[in-house]
Every structure is written in C-alpha cells, then in structure tokens.
Ligand binder design. Structure first.
Ligand SMILES: O=c1ccn([C@@H]2O[C@H](COP(=O)(O)O)[C@@H](O)[C@H]2O)c(=O)[nH]1
Length: 490
C-alpha cells in the first residue's frame, strides 16, 4: 500500500527518532544552555531511504507552496547532500557557499553558475536562532543573488523563524519541534513528561540571531537532566522494561548499591547474599569464578533475589560474534539467560553482539543489558570515540528496549534519563589495588562521576561484618544521590 502524505510525514518522524537523528536528555548547546532535546541530522546520510523521503517531501512541500527559484543552496554542511538531492529531483541548479573563501585560484565564496539578480532558495536541516541561514544568505546577497525563502527540515521554535523573517526571508519547515513531539507521543515513543519538559525549555529559551537569549534573566531549566531527576521520574523514561523495574525497585528499597560477589564457593556466596540482600538493588556475579557451580546454586540465588527484592546481574562482559554470544548466554554450563536479569556486554563487536544476546534468551523482554562504555582500571584502552560510538549503539532504536544502562566513569556519557549509569571501582578505604583497579568514594562516584548505581566488591566482601559494611555503603550512596537531586548547582 502506498503511504499518503501525512503517513509519510509521520513515518519519517518516527524513522528519524529510530536512527537517533534526535534524542532527549541533557545536551550542551552552542548558546551555553543545556537543552532537553538534541538534533543530529548528520546521521541521515547513512540512511539512503531517509535521504530519499526527506528530499521527496521537501520538493512536494515547495511545489505545494509554489515557491519558485533559479537556484538551490544548502547551508553547509549537513544540508548540502539534502540540497543536492532536491536540486537533482527538481532539475534546479545548485549553488554551494564555501565556509571560507579559497586562498588560491578564483577565491570565490559561492560556487556554481549564477548571475546577479538570480533567485535562490535556502535549504537547512535544523534552525535554532537562524544565524547559520543568515550567514549563507548574506554571502549570497553580496553576490547580488536574491533570497526570499528558506526551507528547513526541523524548526526548533526557539526564535529562528522570527529572526530570519526580520531579514526579509520567509521560513518554511517540514516539521516544527511541537509537531515532532506530538507524533512521537502519539506513537508511544516518548512520555508526556518529556513533551512538557521540552515545551517548558523552549518557552523560556528563545534566542536572538546573535545567539543571545531574548530574556537573559529567565532561567531555562532542563527538566530532563538525569542527574537532577529522581529514580521514580526516570522510570517513566526507561524503554527497557528491566530498567524500569530496577528504577522502581531502587526507589522503593532506597538503595543504589550493587554488590559484586566475586567469591569462589557457592556456600560462601549464598551466606553473604543472605546478609547483604536487604541492602542492595543489584547483586553482581562472575559465575566463571565459582569453583563448585551447580544448578541448585542459581535456584537459591533467584529465590534470595525474590525474597530480598534485588536483580541479578552476571558481569560476563560478552564480546564475541553474535552466534558465539548467543550460545554463551543461553547454553553451556551456566545457562546465564535462565537466571540473570541483567548482563554486561562490550560494544566492541558492534550490533551483532546485542543480536546474539537477544537470540540467546528465550524471551528477552524480561532481560536487560549494560553496555561497557568505559572501564575503571588504570591504563585501559578505551578512548572518547569508542565511548561515543558505544552510546550510538545504545541509543539505536532497534536496541533501546534491551539496553538497561551503561557502565561508565563520568557524568557526561549518559544523557538519556531512561538509561542507568553503573559505576564500578568504589571503596571507602582504598584508592587502588595492586592490579590497576582504581577506586573513588561513594560520594564521588555519585556526585562527581554521575553514577546511578555504584558497584562495590571487596569493600564489602572483605569486611569482617559484611551486613554492616553493606548498610554503610548503601547509606552513603543513597544520601549522595538524594543530595545530588536536591542540590541547586548544575
Ligand atoms: O570497569 C569495570 C567493570 C567492571 N568491574 C567489576 O566490578 C567489580 C569491582 O570489584 P572491586 O572488588 O570493588 O574492585 C569486579 O567484579 C569487576 O569485575 C570493574 O571493577 N571495573
């Protein structure tokens, strides 16, 4: 069946969300204020079907508006490929505005064949203040080219249209931010609280063409800053059912403590879990260090998890091709998928590792994954690009019902309030061990590193009184979380 125009718009909006062309959370903007919504339409060049639809809808929109022109010019850089497609579809010659004039040859700023008095339509991906459009318009006008209209894919509704119109240019948009929010909410992709948070931000954060705020005194608050949100509120933003459950469990139990039970004997593990169970939200295992593993052990562990209301995470750090990971997760001696609510996984193999995990679970709707974006040990080889690419994988629309959170060490990695930051390397009395592990205090893990859940291993398991130690860590971590969400500072 062929989609009608309105279905095409809706489908495009949903597809843009799924490919991460825009996201919700806490993002630093050019104007210096953090925004709850961020557009990155550069990603669409990796999706020819999206490029095709965008150019088709732009052309249709322009024809409907009867906007005529001699040339088309995209604002560099993101809009350049879009403008190229529209130019080809419409058989309309293109102009390219260089960001800097060449310092050799023709030294031209505007490339393409034109004459003074020709008309040109501007194409842009996203408009905030409109300053990028105006820079392009000014250079075209200096060459005598007449510009009266600009079309953008998304208008963030932060004053750009007005700023551009004050310079004699009509601005058209395929989508306004409000329209996108409506479509996403209608499709169940975002919550009402997200829509409200964005609307509040937009109304307080109108921007002039020079980048300054219209009302500099008004405090634009980003209500989607996860570091300031309660776990209850964040449970509404979780796309992964296990993450939702974990947020709620943490709020009810007032615990953001995960204990790593890296002990070799099942008896010792079960004995410890009975003592620490009341204080933890997650119990983390390394099942392959257990010397006397047997099926009864995992049954007992699951029973204790039910009794004390915590989730079980197997820190397997899967890192192989999908087929191998599928077997490691669902089969073998440990049959991890049968008893662990959560597992950890390296992003190194890419999407295939997640597909493998999904394949290895009988029903992955009650399972979740924490992706490793950073590690706690000194000298680890993870760099910024790896961390960023890991987050792209985590945010991919096809995985977000399976990704419960991220293992990392700094507060800027997780921007989405629906994802949980898990931070290992926490101890009160030591700052390192002899094998490169690095520790921070419970307060520093929560308030400086941005942890939602802190992982404590030997800090508890080596204590002569594990129950008291667990209680101490739990109290310190929970009060650091309460003070983080209550404090006024950014
Ligand atoms: O970057 C990472 C990832 C995982 N871990 C795991 O956490 C615990 C830490 O134990 P401690 O005794 O508190 O050092 C352990 O199970 C690691 O495998 C990590 O430390 N760092």
């Amino acid at each position: 069946m062929v989609a009608n125009a309105s279905e095409k718009f809706t489908n495009l909006a949903l597809k843009l969300f799924d490919i991460n062309a825009f996201k919700f959370g806490d993002f630093k903007m050019k104007v210096g204020i953090n925004s709850p919504v961020y557009f990155d339409l550069r990603v669409i060049i990796s999706h020819p079907d999206v490029m095709n639809t965008v150019s088709e809808l732009l052309l249709q929109f322009l024809n409907d508006k009867k906007t005529s022109c001699d040339h088309i010019c995209g604002v560099p850089y993101t809009a350049l490929p879009i403008a190229t497609l529209v130019s080809v579809r419409d058989s309309k010659p293109m102009l390219i505005r260089r960001k800097e004039a060449k310092d050799y040859g023709t030294k031209k700023l505007i490339e393409g064949k034109y004459q003074s008095g020709d008309t040109c339509l501007i194409i842009e991906d996203v408009v905030t203040s409109g300053s990028s459009i105006l820079e392009t318009v000014n250079d075209l006008r200096r060459e005598g080219i007449v510009v009266t209209d600009a079309i953008v894919l998304v208008d963030r509704e932060q004053g750009g249209a007005k700023n551009i119109e004050q310079n004699g240019i009509r601005m058209h948009s395929l989508f306004t931010l409000s329209q996108l929010l409506d479509i996403l909410q209608e499709a169940g992709k975002i919550e009402e609280s997200t829509v409200k948070a964005v609307a509040k931000y937009i109304s307080t954060c109108q921007i002039k063409a020079d980048g300054s705020m219209v009302q500099p005194s008004s405090k634009a608050v980003n209500e989607l800053n996860r570091l300031k949100m309660s776990f209850e509120a964040r449970s509404n933003h979780a796309r992964c059912p296990v993450a939702k459950r974990l947020f709620q469990l943490m709020a009810v139990k007032k615990s953001n403590l995960c204990i790593a039970v890296d002990l070799p004997k099942v008896g010792a593990i079960l004995d410890l879990v009975m003592k620490i169970g009341p204080h933890i939200c997650v119990l983390k295992t390394h099942i392959d260090v257990v010397e006397d593993f047997n099926e009864n052990f995992v049954h007992s562990l699951v029973a204790l998890a039910e009794k004390y209301n915590f989730l079980i995470m197997e820190d397997r750090k899967f890192a192989d091709i999908g087929n191998t990971v599928s077997m490691q997760y669902g089969h073998g001696l440990y049959k991890i998928s049968q008893w662990a609510d959560l597992v950890t996984c390296h992003s190194l193999p890419g999407k295939g590792v997640l597909d493998g995990l999904k394949n290895g679970a009988v029903d992955y709707s009650n399972k979740g994954v924490f992706l490793l974006a950073e590690m706690s040990c000194r000298g680890n080889l993870i760099n910024e690009k790896y961390t960023k690419d890991t987050m792209e994988l985590a945010m991919d629309g096809s995985n977000n019902d399976f990704i419960a959170g991220i293992v990392c060490q700094n507060p800027h990695v997780v921007t989405n309030p629906g994802l949980i930051q898990l931070t290992p390397g926490v101890q009160i009395s030591n700052t390192s061990d002899e094998l490169s592990q690095q520790y921070s205090s419970p307060q520093s893990a929560i308030k400086e590193k941005g942890a939602d859940i802190a992982v404590v291993g030997r800090g508890v398991t080596n204590s002569p009184n594990v129950a008291a130690a667990a209680e101490e860590y739990r109290d310190q971590l929970w009060s650091a979380y309460c003070s983080r969400i209550e404090s006024e500072d950014e």
